[in-house]
Write a protein that binds this ligand. Structure first.
Ligand code: BGC
Ligand code: CA
Length: 299
């Protein structure tokens, strides 16, 4: 077992209630992330520390860059939307009549489709789904009977999809049909029940390693392609929510954290909870895909 690495806080002015969803926007060399309950989308230059933020109505679970420069796709309280010039343009409003459910983590598949999951505010078992929004604007249900739909990412060739439904305490892997955007053959990639906390966001590196945030576990854990544990990155805060590789050569691991569910004593003992962290691990990430904005959706 390798000694754990320590992550350092970056962006000292950023303190989030429920920080989530770090994503490296390689085209603009900026880090995107969200503060879910505050409905805030943040966009930072990690070199200068400059941070911009846009607020949207309700909650925002995830944000990703698009193939249209300047546009962002978000998973928000009502479903899936674009943000253009600070304005929210609805793509799909499938949660508009579900005030008990919000969108959570999401990602863009290697073909530019948006894959986004939900959770009930109270984490009601079985109330969550995973959806797919295609470049033709069509919405499809990929998985149902989930509880906290969380991290999702693909192998480099797009044939396997790694996915977390947090309370299962597993990282699962599916076969992924990149032509149709469908999942099959669900199986366990890694059983995480012996690791503190529950699995949350995840990202794959260039060697097929799977980096998983542990909510309540003060760590990011790397799993080798065979599912065995190797590198651990430790944080001085317990609620670790997501990670992504960024920086000019994709060798910096950025990590979001949260204050969700911390008691006032825990909050006082973790002054950096809700901050963004960075670790240099010796591993390199991959450039993420861009969401293919449906044709005819404004602009
Ligand atoms: C959700 C949290 C939840 C956590 C559990 C996050 O993605 O936003 O509300 O408590 O996952 O891992
Ligand atoms: Ca998450």
């Amino acid at each position: 077992m390798v000694d754990p690495l320590l992550a350092q806080r970056v962006l000292p002015d950023v303190s989030l209630v429920h920080g989530e969803g770090v994503v490296w926007d390689a085209g603009r060399a900026r880090l995107l992330f969200v503060d879910i309950p505050e409905g805030r989308i943040l966009d930072a230059d990690v070199t200068t520390g400059e941070v911009r933020s846009v607020s949207v109505p309700g909650t925002v679970g995830a944000v990703h860059p698009c193939d249209e420069p300047g546009a962002l796709v978000i998973a928000d309280s009502d479903g899936i939307a674009l943000v253009r010039g600070g304005q929210v343009e609805r793509l799909s409003g499938f949660l508009a009549d579900r005030p008990d459910v919000r969108m959570n983590d999401a990602n863009v598949d290697p073909a530019g489709r948006y894959i986004a999951g939900s959770m009930a505010f109270g984490a009601t078992p079985g109330a969550a789904h995973l959806w797919r929004l295609d470049p033709d604007g069509g919405l499809h249900t990929l998985l149902d009977d989930l509880t906290i739909s969380n991290g999702i990412d693909w192998s480099a060739d797009g044939t396997r999809c790694f996915f977390v439904d947090s309370p299962t305490e597993r990282v699962d892997v599916f076969d992924y049909d990149l032509t149709t955007g469908t999942l099959s053959g669900r199986r366990t990639f890694a059983d995480t029940s012996a690791i503190p906390g529950i699995p949350d966001g995840l990202t794959l590196d260039a060697d097929g390693g799977v980096w998983v945030a542990f909510f309540g576990g003060s760590r990011i854990q790397r799993f080798a392609p065979d599912g065995s544990q190797d590198v651990t990155v430790e944080l001085p805060v317990s609620k670790v929510t997501s990670c992504c590789f960024g920086g000019p050569d994709l060798t910096e691991l950025y990590i979001s954290t949260s204050t969700e569910g911390l008691s006032s004593e825990e909050r006082a003992a973790q002054p950096d909870a809700g901050g963004v962290f960075r670790a240099v691990t010796g591993h390199r990430g991959r450039r993420g895909a861009l969401f293919a904005v449906p044709k005819g959706s404004g602009s």
